[in-house]
Structure formats: structure tokens, C-alpha cells
Design a protein around this ligand. Sequence first.
Ligand code: ADP
Ligand code: MG
Length: 247
Amino acid sequence: MITLNGLTKHYGQDVIAVDDLSLSVAAGEVYGLLGPNGAGKTTTLRMVLGLLEPTRGDASILGHSVSTDPMMVKRQIGLVSASAGLYQWLTPREMLHYFATAYGLSKSRIADRTKTLTELMDLGRFLDRRCATLSTGQKQRVNLARALVHDPPVVLLDEPTRGLDVVGSQVVFDYTDLLRSEGKAIVVCTHQLDEAERLCDRFGLLHHGRLRYEGTLPELTTTTGCESLVAMFLRLLENKQISGSDS
Ligand SMILES: Nc1ncnc2c1ncn2[C@@H]1O[C@H](COP(=O)(O)OP(=O)(O)O)[C@@H](O)[C@H]1O
Ligand SMILES: [Mg+2]
């Protein structure tokens, strides 16, 4: 469903933010793209979304290449980003309408999606209040709903629990489980490894823009000899050679 092929991004002469990244994510799979701050996670998502041109390589969604068919790719993706703000002067209902219209949904389809997402994310009590007056948790639910307004087969989540409390984080976990059960292909970018272990089926460990290890937790444990993602990253950060396929 999602395929990255040698995706590379240089900033100027010195910074290689993403270095020859290849991976694929299937329908119904939650892929954790993990790495410390600066590892290249957001840069990768921005290239997949067509917001940033790769220096080399390509990404494709359902066979549509972002370099040759960027509009088609954008239509297939829902993005949840901690840094995406709400339009404070709009209500959640107006927000959903605004984004649905931007995606070209018909009037009846917009009404239908608004109803579905209002139930799904429990927006009913504040659907017609201005976003500026909502709590952090309520705003987050609007953001999660907004990402799904066009019912995309692919959902990308960039640090989705940043700034959220336990309840807010649980909403993200439930949301991700629901998307998986609906057969979406999902990428979660995070540096929070404990939550990644709860959320994701498969992991890619990114360090200085390079994919150093990839697999399920049991596979990674076999490859690295480490029991937890935290231990694997500590080894990577210490620059120690881990037995096996370290490159
Ligand atoms: N617009 C930019 N110009 C120059 N360097 C950038 C820019 N955006 C990101 N970088 C650098 O690219 C690297 C990867 O950043 P980013 O993708 O944001 O990492 P992450 O999301 O994993 O924290 C970092 O070294 C960052 O400083
Ligand atoms: Mg980031």
C-alpha cells in the first residue's frame, strides 16, 4: 500500500536528513517509524505527502508515485500531526466541512462523513462550539476526525500523542487500533518507544536518516540481542556494533 524506494533528502551540502530509505507498509498494518529527535521522521512524511521534493528516490501509495501523481497521492492519505493547528474561529462541524470540500466531497457525502466521524470521535457535545474554546483532548479528537474526512486508505501520524495526558494518549491508541481493523495502512512516527511497542506491528529504527533495523519485536530481538526497543536504541546511540546486520 505504501512503498518508499531509496527516499533521500539533503538539506544544503551538510545535512542528510533522510538517507536511502526503502520500506513498505501493507493494508491493516501499523508501522512504527522510530527515532530520536532529528532522525528524519518528519522529513520522510513530508516527502511521502508531496510537501517536500526528495533529493533522490520516490514514494508511492497504491501504485501512484508522489513525484508523477502528487494529487492522487494526497487524496489517499490522512495526516495527523501534533503541529497541525485547528482553525480557532471555526467550529468542528465547519472544520470538517472545510476540509471535506477541499477534497471535493459532495454535499451528501460531507453530511454522511460528518455524522460518522462525530459518532466515532465523540464530537457531539462540542460540534458547534468554536475550536478556540475546546480543551486539548477535544481539539485532538477534532484533529483525528479531520484526518479521516475523505476516508483515506493510508493514515500517517506524526508524534500523535505529543502533549497529551493518559486519557488523550489512549484515544490515539484506540483510534490506531480501529484504523488497523478497517484495513488502513498506518505509519506512526514517534520517539516514544514504550507507546510504539503498544501501537505498532512492525518497526523501522531510524538513526541519522538511515534505517538501521526493521522488523517485528521478536525479529528485532533476534537480530539485535536486545529485549526492548529502548535497549536497541541505546545501543544505536552509543554507536556500538550490534551483532548481525548492522551497516
Ligand atoms: N528545513 C530544513 N532545513 C535544514 N535542515 C532541516 C530542515 N528540516 C529538518 N532539517 C534537519 O533534518 C534532520 C531531520 O529532521 P526531522 O525530519 O524533523 O527529524 P524528526 O522528525 O525525526 O525529529 C534534522 O537534522 C533537522 O535539523
Ligand atoms: Mg518530527
